[in-house]
Design a protein around this ligand. Structure first.
Ligand SMILES: [Zn+2]
Length: 153
């Protein structure tokens, strides 16, 4: 197995499903096997609507989530991102954003130089995934944390 190192990117995705759909790693794993032909889920982490973080692939395994960027990255997927009319929509829950922040903070401890971005921030990506602007969101979170507004537990 080729090692998935060094980790240079932490790439945020969404399932592009309506907010009423309460799926998780199990359902995504099935979709990736049967619809995409992957041997298992392509992401390393999934954050469900209730904020529960589920594990997908092992971090040392190369994922299948960002064309041309799979080696040296980790893929984190939030469940949601589509409106009821199937339009891209930032409809993630406060629990999901909280969990995303905590997960990224934890991952950054091992990979301090890794860049955090959304799938659509990579070059030549035409889809809207993950349906919100990750880079300014992360800057804001870091700033808030710097002011002690988010407690470390
Ligand atoms: Zn994506």
């Amino acid at each position: 197995m080729k090692e998935n190192t060094p980790i240079q990117f932490l790439i945020i995705h969404c399932t592009a499903t309506p907010k009423s759909l309460e799926i998780g790693a199990y359902e995504i794993d099935k979709m990736h096997r049967f619809e995409r032909g992957f041997d298992r889920i392509g992401y390393h982490y999934v954050i469900k609507r209730d904020g529960i973080i589920e594990k997908g692939r092992e971090e040392k395994e190369i994922g299948a989530h960002a064309y041309g960027y799979n080696k040296g990255s980790l893929g984190i997927c939030l469940v949601g991102g589509l409106s009821d009319l199937n339009e891209p929509e930032n409809n993630f829950t406060p629990n999901q954003f909280e969990s995303l922040y905590r997960l990224l903070k934890q991952l950054k401890e091992n990979t301090p130089d890794a860049e955090i971005l959304g799938h659509r921030d990579l070059p030549n990506v035409s889809k809207q995934c993950p349906c919100f602007d990750v880079i300014p969101w992360w800057s804001t979170q870091k700033a808030l944390n710097g002011f002690g507004l988010i407690e470390d537990t």
